[in-house]
Design a protein. Structure first.
Length: 123
């Protein structure tokens, strides 16, 4: 099941209307409807809000699977854990990293410009 399908499933199982969820996300109903139908993807901030609105964990939305290996150390304790992360979550994460890098680059350019202006005004 894809993310937008899970969102719809949890919204309907909680008996929440699209109008209510769209309002909570700061969207109009048609914008939300396009996200829930899969025409537009939810962004990371919307997913963060959806987790609270739908009262689910990110794992429930993204279908993470955690497998604990039965390896034991010398004292008999278990160690090692494998966490499977969905491709959709990885894509969202990578998109957010790209947005962050672009923002940092833009802010660095602005800082450099302000420093040059400051130097010019000092002269």
């Amino acid at each position: 099941m894809k993310l937008h399908e899970k969102v719809k499933f949890y919204r309907e199982s909680r008996r929440l209307s699209q109008e209510f969820v769209s309002h909570e996300l700061g969207l109009n109903q048609s914008q939300y409807s396009r996200r829930e139908s899969g025409a537009i993807t939810f962004d990371a901030d919307e997913i963060d809000k959806l987790v609270r609105i739908l009262e689910v964990t990110p794992d429930e939305l993204f279908g993470h699977e955690t497998i604990i290996f039965n390896n034991t150390d010398q004292k008999g304790g278990n160690f090692g854990q494998y966490i499977s992360t969905s491709e959709e979550l990885i894509e969202q994460y990578e998109q957010r990293l790209q947005e962050k890098d672009l923002l940092i680059s833009t802010l660095n350019d602005k800082i450099a410009l302000l420093e040059r202006l400051h130097e010019i005004r000092k002269k």
